[in-house]
Design a protein around this ligand. Structure first.
Ligand code: LMR
Length: 346
């Protein structure tokens, strides 16, 4: 049993399901105060994430807030805490399980302790483009994956985009897999990424997103992998000298809420939140490629990192080097979901 599962168990013992956690009680009281003019219950929703506002996730979160607050006539307030201000990678999942925060938006891989298939986005070169991702996420496979959270006291509401991942480091201009050899690389966690770096002779370590800049600065690690928007907004160029546009895997988020809290909401509120979530998801999708183009332009114009753009042949060499990891994990994860993900690209 992993730590997150254990902590859910201990939380369940501490807070029997009828009155789970501090905020839940006040939410219930607020609901009992009755509807207001706009017909919506009074409610405070805390939404926490670790990225900057000016990212696909940050903007989607603000869109969700805008819609919920205006449609509810201000009865429902969504407090958005970006940049790990409220919770970071190390505590946000436990916080949502305890209903201390109502919505978190971790990289899907951060949920792999519950269901390993959440690492599907880290399968090297699995998803071809945005269309492939959307077809999977909106289809049965994606919805099946979100539903696996139900038994852990959570509910998956949607997938939001971050971007294809690229590698930065401070040691070497990477244009072939052997260049990665010996590097110490920060990842967002999960087994697949570890094995990807192992296959290239490098080592990888999980570090919380909001601690990564410092780890790069101190030289605890040599490099990291992330979306181009995160690389730019986190200012990694200040502490990294090389960027290789590998697009070797995807960073994609799951929007996660507390199931018991959600189930206790008035149906009208659930409907509003569901609709607002659809619009927010669309906002993230609309923003992702635009923000990526802006971010790469900015990185180029700042000139702090040398950028390697791989040829198709060079990309193929990376694919070959990490193919065994793909083969192993594509067989290990939920076969039904994997097949649906492959079909979504056809
Ligand atoms: C990471 O940890 O690399 C990302 O998941 C950060 C984020 O949420 O954008």
């Amino acid at each position: 049993m992993n730590i997150a599962k254990m902590s859910l168990l201990s939380l369940a013992l501490l807070f029997p399901l009828s009155g789970c956690g501090g905020n839940n009680a006040s939410t219930t009281e607020a609901a009992q105060e009755g509807n207001t003019d706009a017909g919506y219950q009074k409610l405070d929703i805390k939404l926490s994430h670790v990225a900057s506002d000016n990212t696909p996730k940050g903007l989607a979160a603000l869109k969700f807030k805008e819609i919920v607050e205006s449609e509810s006539g201000g009865n429902i307030e969504v407090k958005v805490y970006p940049s790990g201000q409220l919770y970071g990678d190390n505590d946000e999942i436990e916080a949502v399980q305890a209903n201390n925060v109502q919505i978190i938006i971790p990289s899907a891989a951060k949920l792999s302790g519950f269901e390993e298939t959440f690492e599907i986005f880290d399968l090297p070169f699995m998803f071809k483009n945005e269309e492939h991702l959307r077809a999977f996420e909106d289809g049965e496979g994606g919805q099946q994956l979100l539903a696996t959270l139900d038994e852990y006291g959570m509910k998956g509401l949607s997938f939001w985009p971050n971007g294809f991942k690229h590698i930065t480091n401070n040691k070497v201009a990477v244009d072939e897999p052997s260049d990665v050899k010996g590097l110490k690389v920060r990842t967002h966690g999960g087994q697949i990424i570890n094995e990807v770096y192992e296959a290239m002779g490098a080592s990888s370590t999980k570090i919380a997103f909001n601690e990564t800049y410092q780890a790069l600065q101190l030289g605890t690690i040599d490099g990291q992998e992330n979306s181009i928007v995160n690389i730019e907004t986190q200012k990694y160029g200040e502490v990294q000298s090389n960027l290789t546009l590998t697009s070797h895997a995807r960073s994609e988020y799951a929007v996660v809420t507390n199931k018991q809290w959600w189930d206790g909401l008035e149906p009208k509120t659930q409907e509003l939140l569901t609709e607002a979530m659809k619009t927010a998801t669309q906002e993230g999708r609309n923003q992702v490629e635009k923000l990526e183009t802006e971010a790469i332009e900015k990185i180029k114009s700042e000139g702090k990192m040398a950028i390697v753009e791989l040829t198709d042949e060079q990309k193929e060499a990376f694919k070959q080097a990490i193919q065994p990891v793909f083969d192993k994990w594509a067989q290990k994860m939920n076969q039904d979901i994997i097949n649906k993900a492959i079909e979504a690209g056809n």
